[in-house]
Design a protein. Structure first.
Length: 255
């Protein structure tokens, strides 16, 4: 019993030191991140309350996504799953652990990763996952298939899933657009011991929810594009009318 308490105390001390480093990186990186990204966040539903354990599920459009998501949820410390290739021995390993990254093998999901995520969720923390499993390089912008890990971890950790959609920027200087959905309770779909079929159905459901966010943004973008086109046509009509009016005046007055 004493050994368990000692190990728990050591973990808490390491966590406090990690939180100090995380906060330092977050604060010093916030200003350049906001200048570069200038994030615009859309909420199709009510703005979700970020209290307690939450598993954020996001599409993966670029290597900047781990910087975009903290800008979306500035009041919470985020634990993000990151590829094991990033954890090079030495400073890189210490850095990624310090900013609350959880090592994950994209080819073979390890029990340690699962334990780390569940521990975070049980401690009322926020975990970020990319269920596509990699950066989506599809030119069509269509979401890739979702892996089961996200829904399984949320179910085991007893946390709701919050879907969000990151809009891929065509130019680096464009403003970053993000759409945040509503919290989803997947436990009725999965149950206490979900089988593969139940997890596959939950994955499809979660992917559809993120596609809804994608369509929501596309409708907004289309309306704005149509409005600009309409305004442009009106400006052209006004310009032509002024030219005709000038020509009429010239004809009446003469040289």
């Amino acid at each position: 019993m004493n050994s368990e308490n000692n190990s728990k105390d050591k973990r808490q001390k390491r966590r406090k030191k990690s939180n100090l480093f995380y906060d330092f990186v977050k604060i010093t990186g916030a200003i350049p991140a906001w200048i570069i990204l200038r994030p615009k966040i859309y909420y199709p539903y009510e703005k979700p309350k970020m209290k307690g354990a939450v598993l954020i599920s996001s599409n993966h459009v670029s290597l900047l996504d781990p910087m975009i998501i903290p800008c979306t949820f500035p009041t919470r410390r985020l634990n993000s799953l990151a590829s094991k290739e990033l954890f090079k021995p030495g400073l890189l390993d210490a850095f990624f652990r310090g900013v609350h990254c959880i090592k994950v093998d994209r080819e073979r999901f390890s029990p340690q990763t699962l334990r780390d995520v569940i521990d975070c969720l049980k401690n009322e923390e926020v975990v970020v996952v990319f269920p596509e499993g990699k950066v989506n390089e599809e030119k069509s912008g269509e979401l890739l298939g979702f892996k089961r890990g996200a829904v399984y971890m949320a179910n085991r950790g007893g946390a709701p899933v919050l879907p969000m959609y990151i809009v891929k920027r065509e130019k680096w200087y464009q403003r970053q657009k993000i759409v945040v959905g509503e919290k989803l309770d997947l436990s009725p779909m999965l149950g206490a011991r979900p089988d593969n079929d139940a997890m596959d159905k939950a994955c499809v459901y979660l992917r559809e929810k993120e596609l809804e966010l994608k369509r929501y943004y596309e409708e907004i973008a289309q309306k704005k594009k149509g409005k600009k086109s309409k305004n442009g046509m009106e400006d052209t009509k006004n310009a032509l009318a002024q030219i005709k009016q000038g020509m009429s005046v010239g004809i009446l007055i003469g040289p």
